[in-house]
Design a protein around this ligand. Structure first.
Ligand code: NAP
Length: 503
């Protein structure tokens, strides 16, 4: 770990700052760019080549306490408190436009720290920024209600008030969109926020906060802390009475831990967790569409997407033809450093993720699944590259079937009947997204209703949009992000009873 007074660190910092004005090496608390209280820092690594691309504060619970105190003070501070919905909307719009103007620089930072191809990083800036635009508009529509009273001379009035201080914990796979999906809603509702981005991708988040500062959010409204020791900070967020709600996107395991630890204070919690998406192709499907969707749904972001297709179920009549077409398309994908033009698949994010992919593929091989494409590390490109892979005959006992692979591996299972595939698709405690392809209108409605999922793509493999409610059922989470429902996570519903009115 580099210390703040080391020569190497100072030199690295100078080089980094000259690369981009948005590349920050401090966290942001109460309107100031700050170091960790203990001065500790950690490196951010480019997964494509192992180079250090940033150095950020390695904060601890004391820094989290500072950030939460600032957010709490700002909540009650007259400036933010006195902002109208229109004022909050205007600020969010300003932030949106600044991100739009700086899209190229943000995309480069994102590719450098996450490894995703630059074209995908640009796509994420557009997609993620749409949440700020959407919630800027929604800020003005957080309507209350007047409900007809059953009792004479009484009025039932319902207000929606800000939840308070919101702690936002995000993963590395969408370093921008996971931040804007939460911050947009929280700020529109009038909350103040403390963000904790992933250890692997803090730089994109810090760049966004730099632009939030430029947009003019009052001090203490937007705070961010960086760390590679997330657990104690997460625990503090759960237990602190100054944190009114937690919004977490990440693994189901950590989500469960936060849920458990928040129960003491009955804290509001919103969880966007892992999936195990089925991708079903029925015999009536338009195969060209299905194959096209399969490629983007599976291999986008090197398969490191929570709504990535995890298990492909192919009806036996079209099984072989689909595989032939799919194989041709996947074999043509260009793997490499995401900053290079034309690259479609970058590296996996880190060694843990890389080892997981290797282990799961080996497990499937041992259980008699057949690797028909790829199935190996691409060491010639770097330590974290894995070839786009297709595996057929994957048994239900394989880890590829029961767990979320989060890598460029397509697992294929053959099925005969609709009831059989519905049962198999639902045979998991995860219920985030799923997809199916069919031209049979009766089947379309039937299957869409029977799948135990929060989101279903029918003849479509890319389903995310700021306008649509994102979230899962079962162990894939609680709550929804995006859409007008996204605001609900950050407001308290207050009922005011006006009695004894003289009419
Ligand atoms: P993760 O390990 O759960 O980490 C997510 C975030 O939580 C990171 O910021 C991480 O910090 C932090 N964290 C880790 N342990 C913590 C703890 N004990 N207390 C508080 N925070 C803690 O997940 P990941 O591996 O980064 O992300 C992949 C997972 O996220 C997949 O399962 C994927 O499906 C899911 N995901 C879900 C959605 C959705 O919308 N449903 C979207 C994207 C991803 P560090 O980085 O420092 O460990």
């Amino acid at each position: 770990m580099l210390r703040s007074n080391s020569f190497r660190q100072k030199r690295a910092l100078c080089q980094l700052r000259s690369f981009s004005s948005l590349l920050k090496s401090h966290a942001y608390i109460n309107g100031k760019w700050v170091e960790a209280g203990n001065k500790d820092m950690f490196n951010v690594i480019n997964p494509a080549n192992g180079n250090v691309v940033g150095i950020v504060p390695n904060m601890d619970v004391n820094d989290a306490v500072r950030a939460v105190s600032a957010a709490k003070k700002a909540l009650n501070n007259s400036e933010w408190h006195s902002f109208t919905a229109k004022d909050r909307s205007d600020l969010l719009k300003k932030w949106f436009y600044l991100i739009k103007q700086n899209a190229d620089e943000i995309s480069s930072i994102m590719t450098t720290e996450s490894g995703k191809p630059i074209s995908e990083a640009r796509g994420e800036v557009t997609y993620g920024n749409a949440f700020l635009e959407w919630f800027a508009e929604q800020a003005r529509r957080i309507y209350g209600e007047v409900i007809p009273s059953p009792i004479k001379n009484r009025e039932i009035v319902v207000l929606k008030q800000p939840l308070g201080v919101a702690a936002l914990i995000t993963p590395w796979n969408f370093p921008l969109a996971m931040i804007t999906r939460k911050t947009g809603a929280a700020l529109a509702a009038g909350c103040t926020i403390v963000m904790k981005p992933a250890e692997d991708t803090p730089l994109t988040a810090l760049a966004l906060v730099k632009l939030a500062e430029e947009a003019g959010f009052p001090d203490g409204v937007v705070n961010i802390i960086t760390t590679n020791k997330a657990a104690p900070i997460g625990d503090y967020f759960c237990k602190s009475l100054d944190v009114n709600g937690i919004s977490f996107t990440g693994s189901t395991e950590v989500g469960k831990l936060l849920f458990r630890n928040s129960s003491g204070g009955i804290k509001r919690i919103s969880l966007e967790l892992g999936g195990n998406a089925p991708f079903i192709v029925f015999k009536s499907a338009n195969l060209e569409n299905a194959v096209e969707a399969a490629v983007s749904c599976k291999f986008r972001n090197c398969g490191q997407t929570c709504i990535s297709a995890n298990r492909f179920f192919l009806q036996h009549e079209i099984h072989d033809e689909f595989i032939e077409l799919f194989k041709q398309r996947v074999a043509a994908l260009k793997v490499g450093d995401g900053s290079k033009p034309g690259v479609q698949i970058g590296p996996l994010i880190n060694t843990t993720q890389f080892n997981k992919v290797c282990t799961y593929v080996e497990d499937a091989r041992l259980k008699c699944a057949k690797v028909i494409l790829g199935g190996k590390a691409l060491n010639e490109l770097g330590e974290l590259f894995y070839s786009p892979t297709i595996i057929t005959n994957v048994p239900s006992s394989a880890k590829l079937y029961t767990e979320e692979i989060f890598g460029p591996v397509a697992s294929i299972i053959k099925f005969k009947t609709e009831p059989e595939v519905i049962k198999a698709a639902n045979d998991t405690r995860r219920g985030l997204a799923g997809y199916f392809f069919s031209e049979d209108i009766q089947q379309v409605f039937r299957v869409a209703k029977l799948l135990e999922l929060g989101m279903v793509g029918v003849n479509e493999g890319l389903i995310s949009a700021a306008e649509a409610p994102f979230g899962g059922v079962k162990e894939s989470g609680i709550g929804r992000e995006g859409c007008h429902h996204g605001i609900d996570e950050y407001v308290e519903v207050k009922y005011i009873c006006f009695g004894n009115l003289k009419y």
